[in-house]
Design a protein around this ligand. Structure first.
Ligand code: ZN
Length: 456
């Protein structure tokens, strides 16, 4: 064999090899096995109303061929979305690689039945795989259609509530309810289950009519189920208007000199006058402290801990009432205005303070204008507050019985003399304690309503 012949044979073999490699590469490309990607959001467990979904599909190799979204329910298939992407350019190099869209599923419009549906998204690409159909990606998501709102109705009847007072509603909800309670305008008071029954659940809800509410508030029962369906129900109530007392308080330099040292911890602007310091305490610090009280509502337990009548500080005179409008004067000028959210009771200095009812300690600390303070939770949103103490005798989380000594009266905080500031809260809202000390009020407004539960 000559040299030239050898070389041409070599060249021919080389070309065949090259063609084979190119062919292999070509086949590898058009028969690629990478599946399209699907991102579907959100992925809800329940569907109660029209729901919008966001969908992103992509295929970075051969490109998108066809997208289909459907809903399947008991053998029925409803096509929600279908899109075919054109094949463009050599090997679809100008085709669509990524596609973003939104679609919605309305259980009413699609006439879906209550119960399970399967939401299915399928995408194919322009690969020659699967007999030319392309690579297939599939996302299936199970959803429960529930468009029926929970049932809720009041069982208790007469609800006469004082402005600044407490009310109780006993009501029934259907068993699909996961949260319920009562709204007074936009203030929510949670209800508490009293025990399950086959035809529904029985709940109690204590609520407050805030002392400063304007005109006639909108009050209604409210329930929500797992799917997010919400029900509202009205019930009979009547709010008794009440005129609160007004009180004029004279702030003297002697008083300021007496109380300001206690507040030396508080950050005042440098060079504040004593009066400016007092106003900061009476306004900003008071607000901060009241927020601490309000947030204690989350510590309440679901079971009622209290029993019978409530104890008032022994042999004590009432020095100030709930809801008193206090006008503060300094050298004849009106300087401030605040509302008193408890009852001030004065007895001998350092008198023993008893737990007004069975409860659990959810706060025991120094609290700004309220001084040394104990808060007891009595369950189902009810709490009692004891302030200006000279000594605390209970531990955090401790369970206390009615009558147990929890501390001693004093004049810590913003107090002119030794006394107990006593308060009652309903889900963090201060109410008039006088009702709770009144056994007739308890009988008519609480015991008689709870009797319904024994009859049901
Ligand atoms: Zn007070």
């Amino acid at each position: 064999m000559g040299k030239r012949k050898k070389a041409s044979l070599f060249l021919a073999t080389g070309s065949v090899l090259l063609v084979l490699i190119l062919l292999g590469w070509f086949l590898f490309i058009i028969f690629e096995g990478e599946k399209p990607e699907i991102t579907l959001r959100p992925l809800p467990d329940f569907l109660s109303e029209n729901q919008e979904f966001g969908l992103t599909v992509s295929d970075m190799k051969r490109g998108l061929r066809v997208l289909e979204v459907s809903v399947k329910q008991e053998g029925r298939k409803i096509r929600v979305l279908e899109k075919t992407f054109p094949f463009k350019g050599l090997l679809n190099c100008e085709g669509v690689n990524s596609y973003n869209t939104r679609f919605s599923i309305d259980p009413h419009k699609l006439n879906l039945a209550q119960g399970r549906i399967d939401l299915e998204v399928s995408v194919r690409d322009y690969s020659r795989r699967s007999g030319g159909d392309g690579n297939l990606s599939l996302v299936e998501h199970k959803i429960i259609v529930d468009t029926i709102p929970p049932a809720i109705r009041a069982l208790s009847r007469m609800h006469y509530v004082n402005l600044g007072g407490t009310g109780l509603v006993v009501y029934q909800t259907s068993s699909d309810t996961i949260e319920s309670g009562l709204f007074v305008n936009d203030l929510f008071f949670p209800g508490f289950l009293t025990g399950g029954e086959s035809q529904g659940e029985f709940n109690v809800c204590y609520f407050a009519i805030p002392h400063d509410i304007k005109a006639q508030p909108e009050i209604y029962l409210w329930a929500k189920d797992k799917a997010g369906n919400v029900s509202k129900a009205s019930f009979y109530y009547h709010i008794r208007r009440k005129q609160f007392r007004t009180e004029e308080i004279n702030i003297t330099d002697r008083f300021l000199g007496h109380i300001l040292p206690y507040f030396s911890f508080y950050a005042f602007q440098p060079e504040s006058s004593d009066l400016e310091k007092f106003l900061k305490i009476n306004q900003e610090l008071r607000q901060e402290n009241n927020l601490v009280f309000y947030n204690l509502k989350t510590k309440t337990g679901p079971k009622r801990l209290w029993k019978g009548s409530w104890i008032r500080l022994k042999n004590a005179a009432t020095m100030a009432g709930f809801g008193d409008r206090r006008f503060y004067y300094y050298k004849g000028q009106k300087i401030d205005e605040q509302v008193h959210l408890g009852v001030d009771l004065a007895s001998l200095a350092n008198s023993e303070v008893q737990a007004s009812n069975n409860g659990r300690v959810v706060f025991r600390d120094r609290l700004g204008i309220y001084g040394l303070t104990v808060v007891l939770d009595h369950g189902q949103g009810i709490a009692s507050v004891y302030s200006h103490l000279s000594e605390i005798r209970v531990a955090m989380g401790q369970e206390v019985m009615k009558g147990e000594v929890i501390g001693l009266t004093g004049q810590t905080g913003l107090a002119g003399g030794d006394h107990l500031h006593f308060g009652i809260m309903v889900n963090g809202v201060f109410v008039n304690p006088i009702e709770w000390w009144d056994s007739h009020w308890i009988h008519d407004n609480i015991d008689r309503k709870l009797e319904i539960l024994d009859r049901e």
